[in-house]
Design a protein around this ligand. Sequence first.
Ligand code: ADP
Ligand code: ZN
Length: 202
Amino acid sequence: MNIVKHPNRGWIEVICGPMFSGKSEELIRRLRRARIARQDVLAFKPRLDNRYSENAIASHNQQIIPCVLIDTADEIFVHLRPQTQVVGIDEVQFLGAAAPRICREMAARGVRIICAGLDTDYRARPWPPVPEFLADAEYITKTLAICVVCGDPANRTQRKVHSGELVLIGSADSYEARCRHCHTVDGVIQPSMFGDEAGGNP
Ligand code: ADP
Ligand code: ZN
């Protein structure tokens, strides 16, 4: 993805996976490299997520890069400059249905978009609009964590506290990474579960 024939054309990269899988770490790494290449970089994240710091994308291993907090995806246009070459967005699952269209518009204008976010919720259901991003992206990286129960690669986010809310902001106190064989919903292991098989909406 570094060798392109038409340098002024944009595209979309997605980094997705469960919590603790290194999505923010990977996003920060790509944005840092773009800055090293002296590219004009902007980073954003939804205001909702303030787990480690306010105006920064932060990873669980304490890597940090400054960012602008936004409430809606179209706020990105307020900050976008004609010279902006790279836009990074963390926690994109919280940005709502308009986010893919806004990213497509920026990519069409020549911006490289890098989005990181959860592809599934705590019940292993696909988390809109991330599936739409995946369908449209040129490059997809699926990151896996380590299952805290068995040590296998983990593609699911286990909620440790009892709550039926889709969005429950928290970190290691409320969530842990688990593989499909150790992941439970309401205390029940269902390795084949996907989407509504998990029991429908809470
Ligand atoms: P994400 O953005 O996907 O939630 P982060 O990039 O914030 O992930 O954090 C990744 C870091 O989390 C790893 O480098 C590691 O230091 C730490 N970590 C904590 N628990 C786990 C786990 N169960 N599996 C993998 N990494 C973990
Ligand atoms: Zn496991």
